[in-house]
Design a protein around this ligand. Structure first.
Ligand code: F6P
Length: 554
């Protein structure tokens, strides 16, 4: 661990206090009133960057709120922090690492030195290696053991070595090449692998073992079982290198596993797992949509990075999104944040952003090693619209908890079937409008009476139909879902999370909280197998659960 950095407790800054003082002004008005007071609110509170349009006018903010939020960003040293990240300072101090996933998508050629090496050369070499491999597989020159081309690519990985590639591949379905089908195995639940391989032919299947550390229990277990499946279904042991490649920073463990050293694509310590889809961890993406589209994905993210680096704080999309989140979570009492893509191909985007956000900022110790006394990372959840409208939107509209929402919508569809896209869009716009405007008791009662109900009955039912409104949301539009806009969109959220981490004085790039569960699982596993486990210090409840498992599996 590097020495603890100089830290700023945001809660003791004048800027924080100024926001506390300002709270009553916003609590005494509504978003609808704010619109009435400013006919140009939409043009004041919207912006474009990297092919994305953000309308943040439906938020509980006025000009003064934004001035005060910007002052908080300045007090937290955000501008310097952005510089530090891009220039390769070791901002992940608890692991003594730089944070340079932005370099993976940068076309800048100025040397960027890590441990005495220009990493631009490593990145470029990795892209060239990926390109060569992708071309061989896609063109059918990379043959399986029986001389047939590869038709199915199975990515074996978990967390950041799984979610990002999966989301990008799903989003880019209109750009898939015809002769490759992608599959994912992540869960250590044997069902995941079993269902995946049941329709596959070992002769034409390629496994990519995706693990930065090559130590992750689930990935290693799945990779080993995949190898057993390959061998037990006729796969040729001498040609295993044609069917198993890896992406890892741990060359030794990957070769020990049996991967040919030539078929190991690099990863580096300066790329965090949840920020790794831009590296060779994106190999499955490139195989499915081609290297040109993979480069477009990088280009979209670079566009967003360039905007983030250079735009003033008040006109900076990730900064605005980050500050709005801080406003709601630290000053107005929200606890979660919902991501609502109105696009079926982005269905799993919330799951990826959940990892990006919650593994980065789900922390209660500041960079100096002290307990924080303010809220940090929100609970991130969500799913595709319109499906959620028939499920959790009830709570969004009428629940006792309110949740800031991000609506994400492409203006053009790849699937022009009848009026579907206009219907999808009308639902998306209606939801944010309903959240903001709500429905009063008088409106509800009048509607009921207009439908023929008696006044007495209408008064009885109307309270159930009241929608409080004044619930904030952002709307993010893009022309179409394509590699460039998906790259920009994911980078937008990565940088938003970074902004919040800086304001909350967190190291957003370590993840110590996931370690204890891994350690305990390692000591419980031998108990389940009936072996002695010295390290197991199980409590009475866990001991009973272990016994129940053993009895059921005798
Ligand atoms: O469990 C957390 C984690 O370390 C994530 O941060 C990471 O994305 C995932 O596990 C997978 O790690 P690896 O790529 O080393 O297998």
């Amino acid at each position: 661990m590097d020495s603890a950095p100089q830290t700023t407790n945001p809660g003791v800054t004048a800027a924080w206090q100024a926001l506390i003082d300002h709270r009553k002004d916003i609590e005494s008005t509504t978003i609808v009133d704010l619109f009435s007071n400013d006919p140009n609110r939409v043009s004041h509170l919207s912006m474009e960057a990297a092919g994305l349009y953000l309308d943040y006018s439906k938020n509980r903010v006025n000009t003064e709120t934004l001035v005060r939020l910007k002052a908080l960003a300045e007090a937290s040293g955000l501008k310097q922090a952005i510089q530090d990240m891009f220039s390769g300072a070791a901002i992940n101090h608890t692991e003594g690492r730089q944070v340079l996933h932005t370099a993976l998508r940068s076309t800048d050629t100025a040397p960027l030195i890590v441990d005495g090496k220009n990493i631009r050369e490593d990145i470029s070499a990795a892209l060239t290696k990926m390109e060569g491999f992708v071309n061989q597989v896609q063109s059918g020159q990379w043959l399986g053991y029986s001389g047939k081309p590869i038709t199915d690519v199975v990515s074996v990985g978990i967390g950041g070595s799984y979610l990002g590639p999966r989301v990008a591949i799903e989003a880019l379905r209109p750009f898939w090449v015809d002769n490759i089908r992608s599959h994912f195995v992540s869960n250590v639940d044997g069902a995941d692998l079993a269902y995946c391989v049941e329709s596959l032919n070992p002769e034409t299947t390629l496994f990519i073992v995706q693990s930065k550390s090559f130590k992750t229990q689930e990935t290693l277990a799945n990779a080993l079982s995949a190898k057993e499946w390959y061998l037990s279904t006729g796969g040729d042991a001498d040609n295993i290198a044609r069917h198993f490649v890896a992406v890892s920073s741990n060359i030794n463990l990957a070769t020990e596993f049996g991967i040919d050293a030539d078929n190991i694509f690099p990863m580096w310590d300066w790329v965090g797992g949840r920020y790794s889809l831009w590296s060779a961890i994106g190999l499955p993406i490139a195989l499915q949509v081609g290297m040109a589209n993979f480069r477009e994905l990088l280009a979209g993210a670079e566009d967003l990075d360039n905007h983030f680096r250079t735009a003033p704080l008040e006109a900076n999309m990730p900064v605005i999104l980050g500050l709005l989140g801080v406003w709601y979570h630290n000053f107005l009492g929200a606890h979660s944040h919902v991501i609502l893509p109105y696009d079926q191909s982005l269905e799993n985007l919330p799951a990826h952003l959940q990892q990006v956000d919650m593994e980065s900022n789900g922390k209660s110790i500041n960079r100096g090693g002290h307990q924080v006394d303010y809220g940090t990372g929100p609970i991130i959840w969500g799913g595709a619209g319109t499906n959620g409208q028939h499920a959790y939107h009830q709570l969004l509209h009428q629940g006792t908890r309110w949740t800031p929402a991000d609506f994400i919508l492409p203006l053009k569809t790849h699937h022009a079937i009848g009026e579907h896209h206009a219907m999808l869009t009308s639902n998306c716009f209606a939801q944010s409008q309903a959240l903001m405007c709500g429905k009063s008791f008088e409106q509800a009662k009048a509607e009921l009476m207009a439908s023929g109900m008696s006044e007495e009955k209408a008064e009885e039912l109307a309270p159930h139909k009241v929608i409080p409104g004044n619930r904030p949301s952002n709307t993010i539009l893009m022309d179409q879902v394509n590699a460039r806009t998906v790259g920009a969109l994911i980078a937008l959220y990565e940088q938003k999370v970074f902004v919040q981490g800086v304001i909350w004085d967190l190291n957003s790039f370590d993840q110590w909280g996931v370690e204890l569960g891994k350690q305990l699982s390692d000591s419980i596993l031998p108990l389940l197998k009936g072996e002695e486990s010295d390290s197991a210090q199980v409590d009475a409840s866990t001991a009973d659960l272990v016994n129940r498992f053993k009895q059921a599996n005798q």
